[in-house]
Design a binder for this molecule. Structure first.
Ligand SMILES: [Zn+2]
Length: 162
């Protein structure tokens, strides 16, 4: 029969766990919270590791959220550079910005995939990327050579991403 853990159901559980993690003696904690040292030992061995893993996962998700926000900002900057470069017919900068925008989108897709628990998002079919690619290729129409080179590079990059 499973025994109910006195620490898991304790109102001061967080405080007790902090004491356990900081290495206070079982005797000291057991006196402070009127718990048996055995129960403390069992909780630390069997229950605490799972709690720590869960806390770490929660932190990882929070970090990923922050990263997504940063990537969102970076994306706006990249799109700005791309727009200006295309307007100025600066193909070199435009190609660089397009590559940057693409890897940015790819990273965001990966992060979102992790946050959503493993739903795979294929970047080459992401609507934003298709729009971006169409804009770039259209604006390069007066430059067939550059257009062809970029289209080829994009195709290879998409193939490699799979
Ligand atoms: Zn427990």
């Amino acid at each position: 029969m499973p025994r109910v853990c006195a620490i898991c159901s304790h109102p001061n559980r967080e405080e007790i766990e902090r004491a356990l993690i900081s290495g206070e003696s079982y005797r000291g904690i057991s006196r402070q919270f009127a718990l048996s040292p055995d129960a403390l030992y069992r909780h630390k061995k069997d229950h605490l590791p799972m709690e720590l893993v869960k806390a770490e996962e929660a932190q990882a998700v929070a970090r990923a959220d922050d990263l997504l926000e940063e990537l969102g900002k970076l994306r706006r900057v990249t799109w700005g550079i791309l727009g200006k470069a295309l307007a100025a017919n600066d193909l070199r900068t435009a190609t660089q910005a397009a590559g940057q925008a693409r890897s940015n989108l790819e990273l965001m897709a990966k992060l979102e995939e992790r946050l959503r628990g493993g739903v795979t998002i294929n970047i080459s079919v992401a609507p934003e990327w298709i729009t971006l690619r169409a804009v770039i290729l259209r604006s390069l129409e007066p430059y067939p050579e550059a257009r062809l080179a970029l289209a080829q590079a994009l195709k290879e990059a998409e193939g490699a991403g799979r």
